[in-house]
Design a protein around this ligand. Structure first.
Ligand SMILES: Nc1nc2c(ncn2[C@@H]2O[C@H](COP(=O)(O)OP(=O)(O)OP(=O)(O)O)[C@@H](O)[C@H]2O)c(=O)[nH]1
Ligand SMILES: [Mg+2]
Length: 307
């Protein structure tokens, strides 16, 4: 007879102690989760990518779904199941904006609109500005092209490296990587530009123009102002990140660039881009080009003088 009230007292006591324990530890538990879980922000500059976006967004989403499965144990401590996509629609004239808005209803996607086309550099500035508002130290930002040529599957490797051994990771065509379906002229042009960036600006990275990169948020927060107007902005970012003191560790991992998957035409204006790179070398080159320029000017004027 007396056992039942005693038992219920003990039960009540146990429940109270457990509740007390949980409520005592709750702030600590929450705190740890908050502190250790980094968010990954996937940043997409988008200009007339209507034909490529749906495929890319689905692949990004399924990549993160796989990463959040308990069996991907090595990534669990990084808490990378939390992800956000930041997309800037840079005044597209196709239905890029509508597609982004549709996906924003089902995926964690923030869409920012430029009223008119402002170019890749301005779009990168908008993305970095938004990251500074939304991301915290310890978070990771992945920049990738929105033309479906960059495979989201390697995000896992990029995140692993950027959260452990390097502050910046470059997905590289030239470091054990490859490019599939890139026209011969574009391949040659890219190689020359990369050779020049390495040699004139003293950068040791093999693929300085790859737009597929991962940064620790601290790197982007300390990045000086970007002055580029167009595609040369990817090289400018790398040059500025490399100049940071104390030095950031930048690592390359192999990229298989699937150029044949890209629908629609290339947005690169080759002439304008070459001019922009010449400007970049002029500004950030470590070799004094003045004697070469003087010599060239002398030769030209001499030749003109002769004719
Ligand atoms: N914001 C903005 N983004 C652009 C512009 N042009 C291209 N992009 C985006 O920047 C990224 C890189 O552009 P791409 O056209 O893929 O340039 P690329 O990879 O160097 O060369 P291709 O693939 O041959 O065109 C893509 O996500 C484009 O949507 C532009 O004028 N403004
Ligand atoms: Mg591209």
């Amino acid at each position: 007879m007396w056992i039942r009230p005693v038992y219920s007292h003990i039960l009540a006591l146990v429940v109270r102690v457990e509740t007390l324990n949980l409520s005592l530890f709750a702030p600590i538990l929450e705190g740890t989760v908050e502190e250790t879980h980094a968010q990954v922000f996937v940043c997409l500059p988008c200009y007339n990518e209507a034909e490529n976006l749906a495929k890319l967004l689905r692949q990004i989403h399924s990549t993160f779904k796989i990463l959040s499965q308990p069996k991907v144990l090595e990534l669990q401590p990084l808490g990378i199941e939390n992800y956000q996509i930041l997309a800037v629609n840079d005044g597209s004239t196709d239905n890029t904006e509508e597609i982004l808005q549709d996906f924003a209803k089902i995926y964690p996607l923030t869409v920012i609109n430029h009223n008119h086309n402002q170019g890749l550099a301005e779009t990168c500035r908008t993305l970095i500005g938004e990251l500074k508002k939304q991301a915290r130290d310890g978070d990771i930002a992945i920049f990738m092209d929105a033309d479906n040529t960059h495979p989201p599957q390697i995000i896992k490797d990029m995140v692993k490296v950027v959260s452990t051994t390097a502050e910046v990771v470059v997905a590289s065509r030239y470091k054990e990587g490859t490019e599939l379906g890139v026209p011969f002229k574009r391949r040659v042009l890219s190689k020359i530009v990369n050779w020049l960036i390495r040699n004139l600006c003293g950068i040791s990275i093999l693929d300085c123009t790859s737009g597929y990169r991962a940064y620790r948020m601290e790197v982007l927060k300390t990045l000086p102002c970007l002055e580029s107007k167009g595609f040369e902005v990817t090289a400018e970012i790398l040059i500025k990140v490399s100049a940071h003191k104390p030095a950031y560790k930048i690592r390359e991992i192999p990229l298989e660039l699937h150029y044949y998957r890209k629908k629609g035409s290339s947005k690169i204006h080759v002439g304008r881009t070459i001019k922009a790179y010449v400007n970049l070398f002029w500004k950030y080159g470590k070799i004094d080009l003045t004697p070469f320029v003087k010599q060239a000017a002398y030769k030209i004027s001499h030749r003109h003088g002769k004719t």
